[in-house]
Design a binder for this molecule. Structure first.
Ligand SMILES: [Zn+2]
Length: 627
């Protein structure tokens, strides 16, 4: 592959772990002669909320550098940088300070100069999430969207990233899917410090980096190398067990999309895939990238050596499966609105039900297909999803297409009323995928499945996305046509009702054909107030009042602190259930609550709990192998 010369170099320094500050030095050989604009992304792809990463940039100054031509490689001096007069031994004049001013929330403009332009800044990094950057004495983790200023007008240019070794920690290693700058004199070796290379800015910020002394295990799936990296305390972590299960999941997904070649999708961007997991007491979450993923996992969800993993291990495997599936679905098969991303503002699409919903359908399904979980486990997980979707009245007010579009202002900004106002494009989207799969199977007598749709999407939009230079995205209205092309089935009515419309997916009718019976039951016999609660300093606070429920009818509100029921004190949420046990549905009960600092009394008529829990079971002794 012919390499374009890099004319942009980022150098990352880690000198202040106690203050959680990274130092970035950006050198631009050919800045805009009219004054270079630099900007940080307003959001990070995969997480649809404006995050204003620029607010963590503390100091930023620009100088005019100087290029030395002794032993220049790729336009850079032998030590890999455009020589700046201030660098010791560079032998040049002192670089001239240039004026820089803010030109928008995320952008800076530098005084015109002929180049090279050298910009130095520090970034505060104390966000232990999959979206941001984190740095202390134990490790460093970052997404490039938090650290690296984009050079306006040169986003399509290849760039170099030098990761400098921290002085205090000689034992730290670098884990990332970002390729090393092979051929460069400072090229990093695998897991080493030194020079890395990205073909453009979009790629630079799509390979997060973990640096430290994590626990690591490797496996191959259809020949492709995968690495599982765990940072944070996790004593006796059963790495072999996790690698064995992850291997099956990855292999099954590769075979789903590429049944003949079995080619892993990330090989267009990296020679290996990295799962980088931050282990904490109760973390959960993931963010997908083109050849890696950043995960947060709760310690209790991970298996330990010598004991059989608990049920919550499936939660971790489901997350891992979900993010890996995104390697195809959203990192390469993308909505047109994301091709390319506009990192300066919200990018709206009505298709997140395809990209998050279908991914949520396949994450657990691939656990089943790869043999990592059994059929009964799968039915339990599916029933849980169905129950969650059906719990709130919001599903009658918002379609999954609308929910997708409003991700930025509603799904990512949930409040106490969200169950009454929103539907999740994740969970309902996964039921839409299930419904489509069942419909396609029924209409084609099993000759086709949703897999055929995924493979057509992959072939049409995904496989060459990064190879073709300017990958195309999926048009907003293309799904109907693509399902028909892949399977011959017309799903217009289903899409109209369950995707664009607000109807429930008709699973009661569709599941029996797969030998699965569906029933609804009440979660318990205890009469209910139809609220969600949370513990607040040893007391019970109402988190959500379900619309048209007993608490709604009584006049209770989210935020109310429950003081007493029937004259008896309410303590922690568990005591509320114990008190309610004494009553029967239809009983009137006096409620005392604090709303703010005002004591108020209400009368609630308790109700029998609604049958909100879905139960799935195999209707016959010899069920079909799938679903
Ligand atoms: Zn996702």
């Amino acid at each position: 592959m012919a390499m374009k010369k890099e004319s942009i170099l980022y150098s990352l320094g880690m000198h202040d772990p106690a203050g959680h500050r990274y130092t970035v030095r950006l050198e631009i050989l050919h800045p805009d002669p009219k004054g270079q604009t630099l900007s940080l992304p307003a959001w990070i792809p995969g997480s649809y909320l404006i995050r204003d990463f620029s607010r963590q940039v503390e100091t930023l100054r620009a100088t005019r550098g100087r290029i030395t031509n002794d032993g220049a490689v790729n336009g850079w001096a032998a030590n890999g940088r455009a020589a700046n007069g201030q660098s010791a031994g560079a032998g040049g004049r002192r670089g001239r300070q240039l004026a820089v001013r803010k030109v928008g929330n995320h952008s800076w403009r530098c005084e015109p100069c002929r180049g090279p332009l050298v910009v130095e800044y520090t970034v505060y990094a104390w966000d232990l999430s999959v979206r941001g950057a984190h740095f202390d004495q134990s490790h460093a983790f970052f997404n490039g969207a938090s650290l690296f200023l984009a050079v306006e007008g040169q986003a399509d240019q290849p760039c170099l990233l030098r990761i400098e070794p921290p002085a205090q920690r000689r034992d730290w290693k670098v884990y990332t899917s970002l390729p090393a700058a092979d051929g460069h004199p400072e090229a990093a070796r695998r897991h080493g410090f030194g020079m890395y290379r990205a073909p453009d800015y979009d790629a630079l910020i799509d390979h997060p980096v973990e640096i430290g002394t994590p626990q690591v295990v490797r496996f191959r799936a259809h020949g492709a190398e995968h690495e599982l990296v765990f940072s944070g305390a996790a004593p006796n972590l059963d790495l072999a067990r996790i690698a064995r299960d992850a291997q099956k999941i990855c292999a099954a997904q590769i075979a789903l999309f590429e049944p003949s070649s079995k080619r892993a999708p990330f090989l267009d961007s990296s020679d290996h895939y990295v799962f980088m997991t931050q282990v904490t007491a109760d973390g959960y979450g993931g963010l997908e990238h083109r050849a890696s993923t950043a995960l947060m996992a709760a310690r209790r969800d991970l298996p330990t050596i010598g004991s059989e993993p608990g049920a919550s291990y499936q939660t971790f495997l489901g997350l891992l499966s979900h993010e890996y599936f995104h390697t195809w679905n959203v990192k390469r098969i993308k909505p047109a609105a994301f091709a390319p991303y506009d990192l300066s503002r919200e990018n709206h699409t009505r298709l997140l039900w395809v990209f998050e919903g279908f991914t949520s359908y396949y994450d657990d399904l691939m656990l089943l297909r790869s043999g990592v979980i059994g059929r009964n486990d799968y039915l339990r997980m599916l029933a849980k999803t169905i129950s969650a979707v059906h719990r709130g009245s919001g599903r009658h007010k918002q379609s999954v297409a609308e929910s997708s579009y409003d991700a930025w202002t509603r799904y990512y900004k949930q409040d106490e009323n969200s169950p009454n106002a929103l539907v999740s494009y994740y969970t309902k989207g996964s039921l839409v995928a299930l419904g489509l799969d069942l419909l396609i199977r029924r209409e084609t007598a099993g000759a086709h499945t949703l897999d055929d749709v995924m493979r057509l999407l992959w072939e049409r939009y995904g496989r060459d996305f990064y190879r073709s230079g300017a990958g195309r995205g999926l048009p907003e209205n293309a799904m109907l046509r693509l399902v028909r092309e892949a399977t011959g089935v017309n799903v217009a009515d289903f899409i109209e009702r369950c995707v664009e419309g607000r109807e429930d997916v008709p699973l009661q009718q569709l599941l029996p054909q797969q030998g699965i019976a569906m029933a609804w039951k009440a979660p318990s016999d205890t009469p209910t107030l139809d609220i969600r609660t949370r513990s607040q300093n040893g007391q019970t606070q109402i988190a959500t009042v379900y619309e048209n429920g007993a608490a709604h009818a009584a006049g209770l509100s989210a935020g109310d602190l429950l003081v007493a029921i029937g004259g008896l004190r309410v303590g922690e949420p568990a005591t509320l259930d114990a008190l309610l046990c004494a009553y029967r549905p239809g009983d009137s009960v006096q409620m005392h609550v604090f709303r703010g600092d005002e004591l108020r009394a209400y009368t609630a008529v308790l109700r029998a709990p609604a049958p909100t829990e879905c139960e799935l079971s195999f209707a016959q002794a010899d069920p079909r192998p799938e679903h």
